[in-house]
Design a protein around this ligand. Structure first.
Ligand code: NAD
Length: 262
């Protein structure tokens, strides 16, 4: 019997087989959850429908930048499933030119877009789906260490992750009286379509695998296992938290020299 038997989980952010959301969807399914996957654009629709079919779930469109799209998603979830027990936000977008150079050159429109899609979208998704979220359900968002520490080149992506983590805490307060828990998983660097936009991303992977206490990088499966735990009743009193799944890298205060891949 899986940890999530009888639960319905909506997972955003699957783009392809490397997506962190793909690892999360697979693990939630392995633990018995019924899956609703969403796709942002027609470009990724086929890939997401394929994964949904493999995992016995469904795939619906959802562009978090559009209120109409969020309303349509909520109506469909309500009509087809009646309720949700888990909501996974695994979405970010930053213009490539804002992932290099100086933070002070970020444009007003680039900042607004990054904040809208990467952070505000958690508020918008929650607002759209709050009526179908069952008492005792679990919301989670995927964040990164660059929110609270300087990670060269992560730039505005880190700034909006700080907003995302703060949103997690305020939502946890708002929804706590309904028994709904809200947490963030802070994943270590993983090679995906989004992360590969960060300049020198490969060097980040090398640094983590050399310096983290576990001396390795993490995988979407590692994140998926923690997502399954947070979605389950095993995490019944955990809310407003940022849970690190980064092989312990965040706890390092000084690094062995030279920091090179093993
Ligand atoms: P990914 O490119 O596979 O996933 C990003 C997803 O965001 C895609 O599925 C994309 O379709 C979706 N998205 C973008 N704009 C959207 C919109 N308007 N509406 C709906 N969806 C939209 O990359 P990933 O690395 O799996 O990223 C998932 C999450 O994990 C992001 O929040 C990212 O910041 C976070 N994260 C990634 C890493 C890493 O190193 N890969 C580390 C920590 C946190």
């Amino acid at each position: 019997m899986g940890l999530l038997e009888g639960k319905i989980a909506l997972v955003t952010g699957v783009a392809n087989r490397w997506s962190i959301a793909t690892g999360i969807a697979r693990e939630l399914h392995r633990q018995g959850a019924t899956l609703i996957l969403t796709y942002a654009a027609e470009r990724v629709q086929g890939e997401v429908e394929k994964l949904a079919a493999e995992l016995g779930g469904v795939a619906y469109p959802c562009d978090v930048g559009s209120d109409g799209s969020l309303e349509a998603l909520a109506a469909r979830v309500k009509a087809d499933h009646g309720r949700l027990d888990t909501l996974v936000h695994s979405i970010a977008f930053v213009n490539k030119e804002d992932l290099a150079g100086k933070v002070y050159t970020t444009s007003r429109t680039g900042f607004a877009l990054a904040a809208d899609i990467s952070a505000f979208s958690l508020i918008a998704l929650t607002n759209a789906l709050v009526d179908v979220l069952a008492d005792g359900s679990s919301i989670m968002a995927i964040t990164y260490f660059g929110s609270t520490s300087i990670v060269p080149n992560y730039n505005v992506a880190g700034i909006v992750k700080a907003a995302l983590e703060s949103i997690v805490r305020y939502l946890a307060y708002d929804l706590g009286e309904r028994g709904i828990r809200v947490n963030a998983i802070s994943a270590g660097p993983i090679s995906t379509a989004s992360s590969r936009q960060v300049r020198d991303f490969k060097k980040m992977l090398d640094k983590v695998s050399a310096a983290a206490p576990l001396r390795r990088n993490v995988t979407p499966e590692d994140v998926g296992k923690t997502a399954a735990y947070l979605a389950s009743d095993l995490a019944s009193a955990i809310t407003a938290d940022v849970h690190f799944v980064d092989a312990g890298y965040h706890a390092m205060g000084m690094y062995p020299e030279p920091v090179t891949a093993s």
